[in-house]
Structures are given as structure tokens and as C-alpha cells.
Design a protein around this ligand. Structure first.
Ligand code: ADP
Length: 159
């Protein structure tokens, strides 16, 4: 039987408890989940790509069917190269919807064999975003509820 493989793409700048919740739940639905970290998104990154890969690998090392890769090609081309049938995205609120709808429509146009699936976070993670974590950190706030310890430590080091 064909392995069911999902790509979970994003900038993961940094990976948060919201991402991790989604990855854990997805790992029970698919044979393999590949975290695809974007190298050149239009946002300029706070953490460099090496940091983002290393943190995600460290945090997800106990989930056997999850692996972390980076890519700088079209998402659908990356998914195809990894033999993935599914692109996973998270939907937190209505505000995510418009952009995600556009993105999934465009990806379907580019490769109709790859399906985008959306997952919603557990309630306690619904308000967490990487950008808010960076903002709170830069203003001296407590981010320990939103990211794992190694992420907090590295963010503070890079500040
Ligand atoms: P991008 O820069 O592509 O938006 P992110 O790293 O910010 O990448 O997020 C990757 C995916 O995870 C996106 O689909 C985003 O909506 C989703 N996501 C981010 N934070 C959460 C969260 N707290 N709960 C569920 N999904 C989330």
C-alpha cells in the first residue's frame, strides 16, 4: 500500500506549542509527516534556517514518523519530490481563512494531485502565533506558555 505522507509547511520562526499540537495529532493520521521549513519566505526571518531546523528536530525527535526538512522550491514541487499526497495547514481563526483559501487554490492549480487539508488547533493553542511570540519576547514578556524550553532559551540568546 502507498504510504500516506503529509507535508506541513511553514516558516516555523519559531516553532510553537500550537504547531507541535498540530504535528502530534497529524502524526497519528499519516504514516509520515514532513515538516517543511521555508528558507525564503517573503517575511524576513528572526531565526536563521539552521536554528529553525535544529530546534524543530530537537523538539520532535521522539515522534518516530515525523521528519524535518527545509525547502526553497515551489511547495507543490517539494511535496511531489517527497511523494506526499497532502499539504497540511493550520486554521486558527477566520483571519487565517482568506490567505489559506487563496494558497490552497493556487496550489491545486499548480498540481491537482496534491490535496490541502486544514486542521484546527486545540482551544488553548488557538491564539499562539510565531509573530506574537517574537513580539512578546522583544518587549520582555513571558513566552514560556507558548513555546518549549529549548525554543525559549535560543530565542533569548538570539535577541
Ligand atoms: P507561514 O509563515 O507559512 O504562515 P507558520 O510557521 O506561521 O508559517 O505556520 C505554519 C502553519 O501552521 C500555518 O498553516 C499556520 O496557520 C499554522 N499555525 C500557526 N500557528 C498555529 C497554531 N497555534 N495552531 C494551529 N495552527 C497554527
Amino acid at each position: 500500500m502507498t504510504k500516506k505522507i503529509a507535508i506541513y509547511p511553514g516558516s516555523f520562526d519559531p516553532i510553537t506549542n500550537g504547531h507541535i499540537d498540530l504535528i502530534k495529532r497529524a502524526s497519528k493520521l499519516f504514516d509520515e509527516v514532513i515538516i517543511g521549513i521555508t528558507q525564503n519566505s517573503k517575511k524576513s526571518a528572526f531565526l536563521d534556517i539552521k536554528d529553525r531546523i535544529q530546534l524543530s528536530q530537537e523538539i520532535l525527535k521522539d515522534i518516530d514518523n515525523v521528519k524535518v526538512l527545509s525547502f526553497n522550491t515551489l511547495l507543490v514541487d517539494f511535496a511531489q519530490a517527497q511523494n506526499a499526497q497532502v499539504i497540511l495547514r493550520g486554521l486558527r481563526a477566520v483571519s487565517d481563512f482568506e490567505y489559506e483559501f487563496q494558497l490552497s487554490g493556487m496550489n491545486k492549480h499548480l498540481n491537482s494531485n496534491i490535496e490541502t487539508l486544514f486542521m484546527t488547533p486545540a482551544e488553548q493553542y488557538a491564539n499562539i502565533s510565531s509573530s506574537l511570540v517574537r513580539e512578546i519576547l522583544s518587549l520582555g514578556g513571558d513566552i514560556s506558555l507558548f513555546v518549549p524550553k529549548p525554543v525559549e532559551a535560543l530565542l533569548k540568546k538570539r535577541l
